[in-house]
Ligand binder design. Sequence first.
Ligand code: GDP
Ligand code: MG
Length: 444
Amino acid sequence: MFDSLSQKLQRIFDKLKRKAKLTEKDIDLVLKEIRVALLEADVNYKVVRVFISRVKEKALGKEVMESFTPAQQIIKIVRDELVYLLGETSKGIIIKEPYPFLILMVGLQGSGKTTTCGKLANFLKKEKGKRPLLVGLDVKRPAASRQLAIIAEKIGVSYVIDESGNATPVELLGKALKKAEKEGYDVVIGDTAGRLQIDEDMMSELEEMERKYKPREILLVIDAMIGQEAVNVAKTFNERLGITGFILTKMDGDARGGAALSIREITGKPIKLIGTGEKLEDLEFFYPDRIASRILGMGDVLTLIEKIEKTQDKKKQQQVANKLVKNQFNFEDFLDQLHELKRMGPIENLLSMVPGLSPGTNIPQVDEKELAKIEAIINSMTKEERRHPEIINASRRKRIARGSGTEISDVNRLIGQFKKMKKMMKRFKRMKNIKTGISNFLPF
Ligand SMILES: Nc1nc2c(ncn2[C@@H]2O[C@H](COP(=O)(O)OP(=O)(O)O)[C@@H](O)[C@H]2O)c(=O)[nH]1
Ligand SMILES: [Mg+2]
């Protein structure tokens, strides 16, 4: 996601950084290049137009032109405007009384509604201690209800589906709400029926539910891969239903990112959550500032840290964090982390969040076999070697290779990667105060 846009913007900025002074013409040229990059990323042309004009207005200000670091100033403006475009501060979903709190998940077929209902219920149950109730409102397709039931059972959440085969969605939702009230469920999540395209039947069905039950959240699920079409979908659903926010799914794919950058500006409604994989844990809050940093290749340190926090126990976390900051990370920790990594999901996802590595081109491809090899190599090291990798000389490498049944070149490669990683981790040191603002993110 965003890789290609990110690469283009970085190339533009790299060129810019080489200039000591910027003229108005330089700025015009840069803006033109940014404009093309955004359009190529499938950002809606109207959105591109307002974005560029906002950046231009700020960039032509006296402070920028006359500053000692005009390139940084421009990058900061672009970043700030990207954050603004994406919706400034993160607005999550706040479940509050009166209960049951009704959430309707709406969107086209295949956008990820059912999966996201499961992810959200799982999150609310596990992280927020809520008692969600899932409702399968796609009554015309029995397979759809079954899919929801399977997910609900997997996460241990109660559900209501149409057993009789002749309830309307409106009736079924009414039944579920009554059940929730009686049995003390605090959140009801309705998985509505989607269509391949926007159609009148679907819309009026949703409108009826909206009128009758006044959902507190109507979340439009949009597949980030659909590009330009996202804007039409967002506009129509918003006009008809008054949605409260978006959930963008498949952000783990190679979509160009245009949807994320367009829908907020066009509808004024926030992106609340993002889906980053097929697993039920792959749901994240949407933080515009982090996404903007990711787009600009500044990495997404905060999300990475949060991911690590979620999967590791607290004490270990602290140890790892301290070691990272002090750059004392060694092969023992590396081995520990390998085990943790396996629990955190696709490694490419994680790596793309590390500043300096993103965007994509040279992200090392790590597969399970490779992991096993790495594990074997580290297992063949002595304690001393794991703790002080710098002592691993040629004869030690030979011994390690023999011991682990690998080639010396494998050992060399691992040590090389490790060194590179340590170098990268030095950047963390410079980000002591991540929360204080942009200057800490800038890799220069
Ligand atoms: N990679 C990826 N796949 C997703 C994500 N969300 C949903 N999917 C997949 O998209 C497909 C359609 O999802 P589904 O929930 O059935 O969509 P629905 O028709 O809107 O209910 C399924 O294969 C899901 O596994 C996501 O965030 N990332
Ligand atoms: Mg579905």
